[in-house]
Write a protein that binds this ligand. Structure first.
Ligand SMILES: C[S@@+](CC[C@H](N)C(=O)[O-])C[C@H]1O[C@@H](n2cnc3c(N)ncnc32)[C@H](O)[C@@H]1O
Length: 338
């Protein structure tokens, strides 16, 4: 019988989880990852390129080897592993911007998680910030661009699974509601050449979305609409896409947004909701990442992660019909019709 030492041992690793985030963030922020992305380097070369203290850089690199981000390439030489390469800016599935978001913004905000659990209020509410989390971003363009770039990383990573499950080839005009800088819409248009669409989001996303549309050469098929999705949605689209939008909001706000979707939707149209469903409370399946995502919603925008049943309830309460439910890699898709 164990005296608990095995559990205490495991717990120590969990307790130090913030160190992992900080080491990865530091490697990205200081340019260590970009230096190694250009090729194998000695410690001195990395330190020179990054203007860092060489012996301390060596200690960071040793930790990065232990975390599977780097590997030794000979005495005092390092290279990125395949996983570490995903932290580089030009990687196919880059999570560089996500690392900056976790390290720069979320880690700091999560230090106050106890205040949110104590009060049920978000970080923005606790400091009396007008307009909630997105209002704060409107006033802090630097934080907003870190957030938008991180969302673009995450969305690009999961786009292939969402597109495969979502059957967008049968769509005509798609409205990506709360589509940020347009990453998902652009990937869908690329994969489904007969479709066109618009990204609808707040003004702060306009410049990044227009740049992304131009960079993809999609000016003739994609546009950006500045609007508040709680005030109503434009008509004329057969597919309304909501990825990682509903989880930002409480049930009352979701009801308004889904009612707006219903009003704007043409008869044969559909609403495609992409979220990560929480397992039901009585299920044995556990997803730490979705459960922690739920705390992130509590602390950040003030929404919540939901079970499949809770999403179905929201959708039917708004007068929509749940037509299909599909798993889509890390995500789940709920297709609703009128
Ligand atoms: C979590 S992000 C998701 C972005 C994008 N759908 C994705 O998954 O990459 C939520 C988006 O909703 C937008 N948003 C928040 N409130 C909004 C509002 N009232 N009207 C329009 N867009 C809003 C935010 O600006 C943000 O881009």
């Amino acid at each position: 019988m164990s005296d608990g030492i095995v559990f205490a041992d495991r717990l120590l690793d969990l307790l130090g989880g913030h160190r992992v985030t900080a080491a990865l963030y530091t490697a990205v922020e200081l340019g260590v990852v970009e230096s190694l992305a250009a090729g194998e380097r000695t410690v001195t070369e990395v330190a020179n390129e990054c203007s860092t203290h060489a012996p301390s850089t060596d200690r960071l690199l040793i930790a990065l080897v232990a975390l599977g981000i780097c590997q030794s390439a000979g005495p005092n030489r390092y290279r990125l592993t395949d996983m570490g390469a995903c932290l580089a800016n030009d990687a196919n599935h880059s999570l560089r911007n996500w690392a900056l978001f976790e390290g720069k913004m979320l880690s700091r905000s999560w230090m106050g998680l106890a205040d949110s659990v104590r009060s049920g209020r978000t970080a923005a509410e606790l400091v009396g910030a007008e307009g909630g989390r997105y209002g704060q971003m409107h006033r802090d363009p630097e934080a907003a661009s870190v957030f938008d770039a991180a969302m673009a990383n995450m969305t690009r990573l999961v786009a292939r699974d969402l597109i495969a499950a979502g059957d967008f080839n049968s769509a005509g005009r798609i409205l990506d509601v709360g589509g940020g800088a347009g990453t998902l819409l652009i990937e869908i248009l690329r994969a489904c050449p007969t479709t066109s669409g618009s990204i609808l989001d707040l003004e702060r996303c306009e410049a990044a979305a227009r740049r992304a549309i131009a960079a993809a050469g999609m000016q003739s098929r994609a546009s950006f609409l500045t609007a508040d999705f709680f005030a109503g949605l434009p008509a004329g689209f057969d597919t309304l896409l909501l990825k990682n939008v509903l989880h930002n909001w409480d049930d009352e706000h979701c009801a308004v947004l889904l009612a707006n979707c219903r009003s704007a939707l043409i008869d044969a149209g559909r609403v495609v909701i992409a979220e990560r469903f929480l397992p039901p409370r009585d299920s044995s399946s556990r997803s730490a990442s979705t459960a922690l995502g739920d705390l992130n919603m509590l602390r950040g925008p003030g929404g919540r992660e939901r079970t499949e049943a809770a999403y179905c309830e929201l959708v039917t309460s708004a007068g929509l019909h749940v037509a299909h439910l599909f798993p889509a890699g890390r995500y789940d898709l709920l297709i609703a019709t009128r």
